[in-house]
Design a protein around this ligand. Structure first.
Ligand SMILES: Cc1cc2nc3c(=O)[nH]c(=O)nc-3n(C[C@H](O)[C@H](O)[C@H](O)COP(=O)(O)OP(=O)(O)OC[C@H]3O[C@@H](n4cnc5c(N)ncnc54)[C@H](O)[C@@H]3O)c2cc1C
Length: 689
């Protein structure tokens, strides 16, 4: 045993702790595809941890953290290792804390309905257990077979049915976690005082180890409705998805494939229907693949032209509606049909969406043959408000185009925007192979593709990530995405984990990014009005396409509502009596706003500009959802000005002629008073900011 593992065994004789070679190799990495390239190049596990430990209770975790803090040992929380951004990348002096032995359902209350589940519970058995009681969490990431509740919370995960149930952050109502000081804290969501839950969600193991989560449940669906359409262009398709969400429809699944991706999806479906997919050995197929991927520029140009797009059959949209109320899905499909057909969608019947549901998890596990054939493949999920979606789609494709062959589908839509999921495949750039060899050239091409694509996403007003998170692979880009927000994230880390022992190196860059051009573009995208459809007065700017309005913090709330009404829009709230600025109203937790749990897909605040207590400016550009660390808006909404002042805010606005959807009832104190642990953390944040 190495000294670290020996120390652990002495301090915790009843805990399972290991340092044997097989375990250290198994825990040396997550599923970041860049690791697969290293494995292929003969470097399988360069980041082996010193030891792995499997706690079985919250008390074990607390004692472990206190032990680690007293010795300055770093801990890396570990779920199932399915992360794809190098969130897990240990060193020899690090202990991995695998939570999977904490996998109990503590309580399942059918009256509320809520489940409290330990962080190490795996996805599939959780859904099965809930299903037996007549419920669903509604969270179905493609990795549900190989990911845990704690990992979902830590990375701000999104499931395939996010269109009805939201992302994981919309399901968490309380967390139990152990801070970097070894304190066990219970965090609850609330409205009229600061809410620490959105700060820990997305913190990627750097602030606290999540030991359990209390999650909101829905009645398990008993009925589904399916629909599919083809569109002459991808834009016609996303206009239809936008209209559905803005007209109050909530398809659990809405997946729009661009023409090339649609063709690949049909091909995969046809293969799955005839014979089981067998990975092909390297050989002629591999040579052909490498030859194709050597000319990505020409291939992208060809595949993404309108003529070829039409020849490929156009873009394809699949939707699935589901409910415990059997009358809902057929009516919703009818409404979706009207929307799509008025936007040049041609009805393809139910079969494509039914087929997708049957094979819903298979496509994510088909990467190995591509790596085995000397190439690489990866995915990038970024989001933008609707008015920026075209820039995001074109910008990222243009940036990736010279290096890799790129396709895209659009999933995870919201009333104010949508996520684009780019898939790309590449191989070594020919000019590099001669100089540095195949494997190093592949790695260099892969890195260049990612660098350009993330730069383009931010330039276009998109997010750095929608649901995979940041890890270490995107951490150098965080300053471009968050600006001064990176310092705020660091301050939060110090407040929760003053010794810096939790997953050091993840989420924030170890050095500040030197990319000044990207920082500039971030602030540009923050303040630029939506180009084509923005209307404005001095204090209010409406992005009608995204149904968002930017207003000055000092605007009177009733004035803002009046101006919106003139444009046929509303904030849809019970206006408090008397004058009240938008900033003060938000600082009090937006009293009178509709309960956010009534529609998990919607959000009140899409972005904001704030001045921190010490005078620094923070700018969070509007986005439907992001997975770039803690949700910093939580410091201000309900914050009563303690952490800073809201200067301007992007709020969701609603069409006055549209009835807002309402999810099944849900019982929970929306505003519990902060407990002593929460108050202590809030004080620590205030001191550190
Ligand atoms: C084939 C495939 C498909 C995927 N599809 C999706 C998808 O559809 N949607 C999606 O959102 N993601 C998807 N992912 C990404 C990945 O599954 C998610 O990020 C998932 O949430 C990670 O969970 P995990 O338990 O494996 O976490 P890990 O990979 O073990 O950890 C991820 C990060 O969370 C931290 N962490 C883990 N547990 C805890 C804890 N208890 N407390 C504090 N920090 C913790 C780790 O330190 C690390 O930083 C996919 C990945 C693969 C390989």
């Amino acid at each position: 045993m190495n000294p670290l593992a020996r120390d652990l065994s002495v301090a915790f004789p009843k805990l399972r702790a290991r340092d044997d070679a097989a375990d250290r190799v198994a825990y040396a990495r997550d599923m970041w595809p860049r690791h697969h390239l290293a494995v292929r190049a003969g470097h399988p596990a360069e980041h082996r941890p010193g030891a792995i430990v499997w706690p079985t209770s919250t008390d074990d975790v607390a004692r472990l953290v206190r032990w680690a803090r007293s010795r300055g040992v770093a801990l890396v929380p570990f779920g199932a290792g399915s992360g794809v951004c190098a969130g897990v990348l240990p060193r020899g002096d690090v202990v991995i804390v695998d939570l999977k032995r904490m996998g109990r359902i503590r309580t399942l209350d059918p009256r509320t309905p809520l489940v409290e589940v330990e962080a190490g519970h795996m996805g599939v058995p959780l859904e099965r257990a809930l299903g037996r009681s007549g419920f669903t969490l509604g969270h179905f990431p493609s990795s549900i077979l190989c990911s845990t509740v704690g990992g979902w919370v830590a990375t701000r995960s999104a499931g395939q049915c996010s269109g009805a149930y939201g992302k994981i952050e919309d399901m968490v109502v309380a967390l139990e976690c152990v801070t970097g000081c070894g304190d066990v804290v219970a965090l609850a969501r609330r409205t009229s005082a600061p809410d620490l839950v959105p700060l820990v969600v997305g913190s990627e193991g750097t602030m606290a180890i999540v030991t359990s989560a209390t999650l909101r449940l829905h009645p398990a669906p008993t009925s589904r409705g399916f629909g599919a359409w083809s569109f002459p262009t991808t834009r016609h398709g996303w206009d239809s998805v936008r209209a559905m969400f803005q007209e109050g429809l909530r398809p659990a699944v809405a997946r729009l494939y661009d023409p090339f991706d649609a063709m690949l999806a049909r091909h995969a479906g046809a293969r799955a229907g005839t014979s089981p997919a067998r990975p092909r050995a390297p050989g002629m197929g591999g040579a052909a693949l490498r030859a194709i991927l050597r000319r990505p520029g020409a291939i992208n140009e060809l595949l993404h032209s309108n003529v070829v797009g039409r020849a490929l059959g156009g873009a394809t949209l699949l939707v699935v509606f589901e409910s415990a109320d059997a009358s809902m899905p057929p009516l919703a499909v009818d409404r979706a049909r009207t929307i799509c057909e008025s936007r040049r969608g041609s009805w393809l019947g139910e079969a494509p969406a039914r087929g997708w549901l049957e094979r819903r998890y298979s496509v994510s596990y088909r990467q190995a043959p591509i790596f085995a054939n000397g190439a690489f493949v990866d995915t990038m999920e970024v989001a933008a408000r609707w008015s920026k979606l075209g820039d995001l789609y074109e910008g990222v494709r243009r940036a990736l185009g010279p290096d890799v062959v790129v396709t895209a589908h659009f999933s995870h839509a919201y009333p104010d925007g949508c996520c684009i999921y780019f898939s790309f495949a590449g191989s070594a750039s020919p000019e590099l192979v001669a100089k540095i060899g195949w494997d190093a050239a592949c790695e260099a091409t892969y890195d260049r593709a990612w660098r350009s694509a993330l730069g383009a996403a931010i330039e276009a007003g998109g997010t750095l990530s929608h649901h995979h998170g940041v890890g270490r692979s995107k951490a150098p880009r965080l300053p471009a995405a968050l600006g001064a927000g990176v310092d705020v994230v660091r301050a939060l880390m110090r407040a929760f984990d003053p010794g810096g022992i939790l997953n050091p190196g993840a989420l924030v860059p170890t050095t500040m990014s030197t990319s000044t051009s990207m920082s500039t573009s971030t602030s540009t995208s923050t303040s630029t009005p939506a180009s084509t459809n923005a209307s404005t007065n001095a204090n209010l700017l409406i992005d009608r396409e995204s149904l968002l309005a930017r207003m000055d913090g000092m605007t009177d709330l009733s004035d803002a509502e009046g101006w919106l009404n003139e444009a046929g829009l509303t904030l849809d709230l019970s206006l408090p009596s008397g004058p009240l600025t938008v900033a003060a109203w938000l600082g009090r937790g937006a009293p009178g706003a509709r309960d956010r749990l009534l529609d998990p897909v919607d959000q009140l605040v899409a972005g904001l500009d704030a001045t921190l207590a010490d005078g620094r400016s923070l700018s969070l550009h509007p986005a439907p959802r992001r997975a770039v660390g803690p949700d910093l808006t939580a410091l201000f909404v309900g914050g009563h000005g303690r952490f800073g002042r809201i200067d301007a805010v992007w709020l969701r606005v609603h069409r006055r002629d549209v009835l807002r959807p309402t999810a099944p009832p849900f019982v929970r104190d929306r505003d519990p008073a902060p407990n002593a642990g929460e108050r202590a953390l809030l004080d620590a944040i205030a001191r550190g900011l």
